[in-house]
Design a protein around this ligand. Structure first.
Ligand code: FES
Ligand SMILES: [Fe+2]
Length: 345
């Protein structure tokens, strides 16, 4: 499906975020992952669990069922399933058919997130989770904070496309975090296995409105904007701002922020968007959490509006490509290659 080749939707053998760790309690949470229903909860010992969210009897959603002693009792006819997904009880009979079990997904609690492995269990590999130091999540003096979970009525790649092409900041977010230089300055692109990186250095360009609102600074700044896509599910971005040449504090850091966008394919036409931040100032993050709500809503509106267009107009067969689409194009190609590799060609 667009923007991938026909018949391709999402990478299966990969880790995707399905919850913020702080939100997962000893209660059932319903989610979707690659078009499959999943139920999540924490066991009494704190370990996270992810099982198929569909009862194999009459397909009742297990997220609407009951959790007790780490087991789920289906809310419809009372089948019981343990935390491995094995059926342990069918009311009124001793025999439990061997087909009566739930898929048990590999789960990892890593950073502020609960990650679920969407593909083959024997291929689940914790070393494929993004390195927390490398993404500047774990950094001396830094605290990480989950901001928002949004369920978006748009296919996940529309949000990935958005995050891979930050030239949109100049237009979609002109009132908050964007300036024209986001669209006009050249981008440096590098890559490592499974990761693509973008950097845009903007010298002596106007500070975006967010700097005035949250720091009271107006005028020119030097800025480095970066975004690293850890395929298939996380974008780690930053905006480092410095006082420009000619300023009494020229070259000194004005502000630094690290943001994390986890994008998870839920159904074919919906996705989850987990937004979080890390900083050396919790007070600043509280401020940003309020301030960025509108900015994030702009990205959600854009993605949902495009999905709406595709739904009515149909899947596009060709699009106009601009020079600064290079990062989006290689992001799509990276995922396409991963999908083809796991199919064996
Ligand atoms: S649908 Fe779950 S026990 Fe019947
Ligand atoms: Fe955006």
């Amino acid at each position: 499906m667009y923007p991938f080749k026909e018949g391709y939707f999402a990478v299966r053998n990969g880790w995707y975020v399905l919850a913020f760790a702080q939100d997962l309690k000893q209660e059932l949470v319903s989610r979707w992952l690659l078009n499959e229903p999943v139920v999540l909860y924490r066991k009494q010992d704190g370990q996270p669990v992810a099982l198929s969210g569909l009862c194999p009897h009459r397909f009742f959603p297990l997220g609407k069922s009951k959790l007790h002693d780490d087991s789920i009792t289906c809310g419809y006819h009372g089948f019981e399933f343990d935390s491995q997904g094995a059926c342990t009880k069918i009311p009124g009979q001793d025999n439990i058919p061997s087909t009566c079990k739930l898929r048990n997904y590999p789960v990892a609690e890593h950073g502020m997130w609960i990650w679920v492995w969407a593909g083959d269990v024997d291929k689940a590999d914790r070393s494929l989770l993004p390195d927390l130091v490398e993404i500047s999540y774990e950094r001396a003096g830094f605290t990480a904070m989950p901001f928002y979970l949004n369920e978006i009525k748009a296919r996940y790649q529309l949000l990935n496309d958005n995050l891979l092409d930050l030239s949109h900041l100049a237009f979609l977010h002109a009132g908050s975090i964007g300036v024209m230089a986001n669209a006009t300055e050249p981008e440096e692109l590098t890559e490592a296995p499974g990761v693509i990186r973008s950097r845009r250095r903007m010298k002596n360009s106007p500070a975006p409105p967010v700097v005035k609102t949250t720091f009271g600074y107006e005028g020119l700044i030097d800025q480095v904007n970066g975004m690293d896509f850890y395929a298939p599910g996380l974008h780690a971005g930053f905006a480092d701002m410095f006082y420009p040449d000619g300023h009494p504090q020229a070259g000194q850091l004005l502000r630094k922020s690290q943001v994390f966008h986890a994008v998870t394919p839920a159904t074919r036409n919906s996705c989850y968007y987990f937004f979080g931040m890390a900083s050396d100032s919790v007070a600043q993050m509280e401020l940003m959490k309020e301030y960025l709500k509108k900015t994030v809503a702009e990205d959600i509106d854009a993605s949902e509006a495009i999905e709406h267009m595709l739904g009515i107009h149909g899947e596009p067969t060709r699009e106009v490509v601009k020079f600064s689409d290079r990062n989006t194009v290689r992001g799509r190609l990276l995922l396409q290659k991963m999908m083809e590799a796991e199919r064996g060609g």
